[in-house]
Write a protein that binds this ligand. Structure first.
Ligand code: AMP
Length: 307
């Protein structure tokens, strides 16, 4: 089922306790598309890059079934650049630099063929750009998922709130949920955020898993305890890609199916963190993904009989 992915395609420079990279390929939409491509091959990408971006990565996306008609390449301009440094616990990071570059004047154009898409994944991006994509749709998608971060809460909160009011599922991390709601308790934060528009909220908690809320229920998916977490960059985006990819594949947007979808999302995130950048997400087999999901099932399965 058709999926439209919007977000950054970018260069990142990352520092973790285990090493440092120069500019490598990253960006929210890169991770989302690659993760989703294990579930559906009907993906359109809307984004913008400069003419400094490696063609080899664009070919990788195409090979994975991602259509690039909506990817604008700006001559003589530089791609979005982000650099971050992780703390020793890898759950927290500081943004060292954000260069918007091509993103500053980005006017997204959704290709005609994607204007009827059934699933829309608005990856981390300028909130007004996310909104402009929604308003270009010919009919409302069956499901709109939006991911964002503290950066946009700091500089474009009003726009972000307007955009959030138009979507179905919001995915943010725990500190962002606290920032957006002004509540410390995540349960209270969720209750408040669920009055802002979305009917479902996912709160990502890094190595402590993810919580899925609707107004009545809450569900928890763990993160897989991994021996080595190399680079957490893109974990949230890979999670989002696995989540919406699975929903698009199964065509079922019930809360029960979303519970399964956050396990698939968590599985895709667990691959991403094993290497720097997008490297680990490229070339996985169906068997790799299935075995990883089985590890999640085994991790949380217990047998209790209440007498
Ligand atoms: P995650 O680790 O899942 O939060 O996502 C990291 C990715 O988000 C990196 O590849 C960055 O290029 C991208 N990114 C960082 N800051 C921003 C921002 N302000 N807007 C959009 N994308 C961003």
């Amino acid at each position: 089922m058709s999926l439209l992915v919007v977000g950054t395609v970018a260069f990142d420079a990352i520092e973790t306790p285990f090493g440092k990279t120069d500019k490598i390929v990253g960006g929210a939409a890169s991770y989302i598309s690659l993760a989703a491509s294990y579930f559906t091959r009907d993906i359109d990408l809307v984004s913008v890059i400069g003419d400094d971006f490696p063609e080899s990565f664009l070919n990788t996306l195409k090979k994975e079934g991602v259509k690039l008609d909506g990817l604008q390449i700006k001559k003589g301009e530089k791609s979005f650049f982000w650099s971050g440094k992780y703390h020793n616990d890898l759950n927290n990071r500081d943004t060292l630099e954000t260069q918007l570059n091509v993103l500053e004047h980005f006017d997204p154009i959704v290709p005609e063929s994607a204007k009827n898409c059934e699933f829309l994944m608005l990856g981390n991006l300028v909130p007004m750009v996310q909104q402009k994509v929604i308003t270009q749709m010919k009919k409302r998608p069956k499901l709109i998922v939006l991911d964002t971060m503290n950066f946009w809460m700091d500089i474009a909160l009003d726009d972000l709130k307007k955009t959030i009011a138009m979507i179905d599922v919001l995915t943010i991390n725990d500190s962002e949920a606290r920032q957006l709601s002004g509540e410390y308790s995540l349960v209270k934060a969720a209750q408040k955020i669920l009055t802002m528009g979305p009917s479902v909220l996912v709160i990502k908690k890094g190595e402590h898993g993810a919580l899925l809320f609707n107004k009545e229920e809450v569900f928890f998916a763990p993160a897989l305890p991994l021996e080595e977490v190399f680079d957490p960059t893109g974990a949230g985006d890979s999670f989002a890609g696995g989540f919406i990819g699975y929903l698009a594949k199964t065509k079922d947007i019930s809360f029960e199916n979303m519970k399964r979808a956050i396990i698939f999302g968590s599985a895709m995130a667990s691959f991403t963190v094993e290497r720097f950048g997008t490297e680990r997400l490229i070339g996985l087999s169906q068997k790799d993904v299935d075995e990883r999901v089985q590890e999640f099932i085994d991790l949380v399965q217990f047998d209790i009989s209440l007498v």
